[in-house]
Design a protein around this ligand. Sequence first.
Ligand SMILES: [Zn+2]
Length: 181
Amino acid sequence: MTIAEKMRQRLRLNRPSLRARARPPKQRTPLGQNFSAANLPVALSMPVCDTCGHVQYPPTELCGECLADTLVFRETDTQGTLLAKTELHHSVWEFFKRRMSKAPWPMGSVKLDAGPVVLAHLADNTLAPGQSVQVFSHTDASRSSVLIACDVSQPVGRREVRRALTEATGLTQIAVREKGI
Ligand SMILES: [Zn+2]
């Protein structure tokens, strides 16, 4: 490797803003990796306690209700209610910096009918607190599952609908910088 190549490599590692291709965060705990895997084939899958029926989110090793270690991923109802929403204008992560340079990033908290409150990207910025929504999971450009909330009328049981909604958020595309390294 030449000095010039070494310098480029070092710059790429130290200065994410110079990278040609920026991706969403891919770091996940082992429990988070399980969550991604369990959500690949279905609209939404959550850890459910086999002992007491509690739906656990975020994923943990023990049930938050009865402390049993009998959590198993099960397909979960996508229906919920939007509690609150916000628009992010700044991120320390290069992928989201590039996304937010075009428009603020909408996110919301959703109380699922199944029990837990989740934070989700909003597929539709017109969603208002108090409104009925659905939450589904989809892989992002780093191949990790993320949660996305959309209008209750969307047929999220269909894979192609989930993919189209996720693509519209920009989460599935790498954020490219022209002439990056
Ligand atoms: Zn339990």
